[in-house]
Design a protein around this ligand. Sequence first.
Ligand code: FEO
Ligand code: CA
Ligand code: CA
Length: 641
Amino acid sequence: MSQIDYDALSFDDEDEIISPRGSEHGFDEVVERAISRRGFLGSVLAFGSGAAVMGVGALQGSTAMAQQMSRFAFDQLAPQTDGTVHVPEGYKWDVLVRWGDPLFSDAPEFDSATGIPTAGSDRVFGENTDGMELFHKGGTQLLVVNSEYVNGKINLPAEQEGKPVSADDVVRLQNFQGVTVMEVAEGANGWQVVVDSPYNRRIHHRTPMQIAGPAAGHDLLKTAADPTGAQSLGTFNNCGSGRTPWGTYLTCEENFNGYFGATVEPELNEVTAAGFKRYGVRTSVDEGRYNYHGFDERFDISKNPNEPHRAGYIVEIDPWNPDATPVKHTALGRFKHENAAYALSPEGQVVVYMGDDERGEYMYKWLSRDVYVPGGDTSTLLSEGQLFVAKFNDDGTGTWVALTPEDTGMSDAEIAVFTRMAATQVSATTMDRPEWIAVNPTAVEAYCCLTNNSRRGALNDDGTVRTNAAGEPMVPNAPNPREVNRYGQIVRWRPHNDDHGAATFDWDLYVMAGNPTVHADGPDAGSANINAGNLFNSPDGMQIDSTGLLWIQTDGDDDNEGEFAGMGNNQMLAGDPVTGEIRRFLTGPNGSEVTGLTWSADKRTMFVGIQHPGSPFPDGEGSLPRSAIVIVKRDDGALVG
Ligand code: FEO
Ligand code: CA
Ligand code: CA
C-alpha cells in the first residue's frame, strides 16, 4: 500500500517520485550558471530599451502614473484568507454549477457526505473545473468546461485514503473527469444550467476518440483493442482550453502520465522505455495516484505499453453536435499540454500557441499550411502544417524553430508522439513551466504564464545543477532569470512584421511576480508593476478580454506567510498591457486554485472556475468541498469584458 498522500501531492512532486531528476552534468554548468546570471542582469537592464522600442514600458511604469491612467472600473480588492469568494465593491458573484450538479433529470442526487454514486456519475457536472469556453448561436449559449483530475478522498470518500478498491470505483473516477458540454441560460433567477438540454454531454475517460494527424495509425499507437491505432478511448487530465475560429472547442491533455502504471515489471522496447522516462510514465510496480491499472488493464503498461502514446494531445470537440467523435490532433504534438491559444496570420493561416507545463519544458507554435476561410473547409487546419518550438535569445529576440525530420532525425509520426525529444534536438529554451498562453485581440502580441520553477538553478547534493526530464541543466536564462523561481513571471512576445506566422519575434517580461515587502530589492522583489497592494504568486490561467485587458489567475502558495506574506488566497487580477498596471479583482476560497475564465455572449457576465477548494465551499460546514463555476456581474449590469 502506498504511503503517499496523492491528494496533497502536486503533479510536479509526483514526476519527481516517478523519475528523480538528477544531473548528468558537472562543474562546467555551475560556471555557466553564474555567467547566465550576469546575462540575466544585463538583459533586465536591456528590457527598458527593448520595451521602449516596442512602445511599452511595462517594467518601468510608475504606480502613480498607472493609477492616473487606469482603465480598471473597480477598486483593488484586498488579499483574503477565508473560505469563500470575494469580488470588488460594485460587483456580485453567485454559484452557477458545482461538481455533482445534474446535467440531466435522471442524475443521482448529490449527498453532502458521500458525493455521487457510480451509477449516473456520468450524468452530472465533473470535478475540478479548469479551462472553459462559451459558444453561442442564436439565443443558445453552451459552456464547455474541462474537469482536470480527481481528489480521491473527496470523490471516493467511503474508501480508505480515497483509493479505488474496485473497477466500479475506477469507473466513477473516470466519469468525474474529461469535459462537460452544457447549455446555460440567464433568467429571472439568474444563471442556470439547462438540465436535459439536447446539447448537454459528458466526455470522460472512456469516450471514443478519433486520432488524426501524422501519428494516426502508426505502430506506436496500435493496441490489442485498437489495431488501427486511430481510435482511442478517453481524454485525460483536461487542463486549459482553447477554441478555433470555426467554433469548436479545444481541450488540452496535461498530466496524462499519472493514469498509467504496471501490475508486473514491464518488458519495454528501447523507444518506449525512453519515451516513458521523458514523459514521466511510471514503470515501477506501484498503485500510483489513481491505480486505474489495478482494475482496468487498458492502463496497465505491462499489458498495453502503447496506450500512453494515445494521450497527451490537443483534442477538438464540436459542442453543437453531441454525437460527434472528439478528434485528437497529433500534429500539434504530444506533451503536457496546458492550453491552446489561436491567432490568424495576415494571410489567414491558423496559429496555435501551446505550453508544455513541466519544469524545464518548452513553448510551441503550430502554423497551418492552408488558410482559414469562414464557412470553408477546415479539415486540414489542425493536421497539415508545421510545429515549431521557441528559442529565446538574451537580446530580447526569439525564433520559432521548425520540428522537421531533417533537423530532428525523427519521422513526422515520431515528432508527433515524442515531441519533447524532437524539441530537445533543436536546442529549444527550457522554461519555468509554461502554463496558459493568451493572444491579445487588440494588438499583435501574446503572453505566457511561467508559473514557477523551484528547481531552476537549484543544486543537487553533489553540487550539480538540477536538470529537466531531458537531462538539460536548468540554468537561469533570459526569460527565466531567477534561481529557485518561487513567484513566476509572464513573458510577452510580438511577432515580427505583425505576423503570428513569422518565424521570429521580440520578447520582454510583462511582469515578474515577487514580494517587495519581504525582499527590499533584487529579483525576488518583482518587477516595477508589483507593489504591496497587488501581491500574487504563480500566474497560471490567463485570458485577454475583447477590450484588451489581461486577466491573470493564480495557482500558488496561499499560506500567506514568509515569502508569500500579504498574498492571501489564490486570486484573479486584471493587467493593463499598455501601462503594466495590475490590480486584484477576485479571490478564491482558501486551498483553491482560480482557473478558467470566459464571458457570456453579451459580455455582462464572467464565468470563473474555482478548483479544489480546501474548505467546504460552497455548501458550507458538513459538506464535501465542491469545485464550482461562479458567475460575476456588475451590480449595474454593465459590461465586464
Ligand atoms: Fe493543469 Fe499546468 O495546469
Ligand atoms: Ca493550469
Ligand atoms: Ca499550476
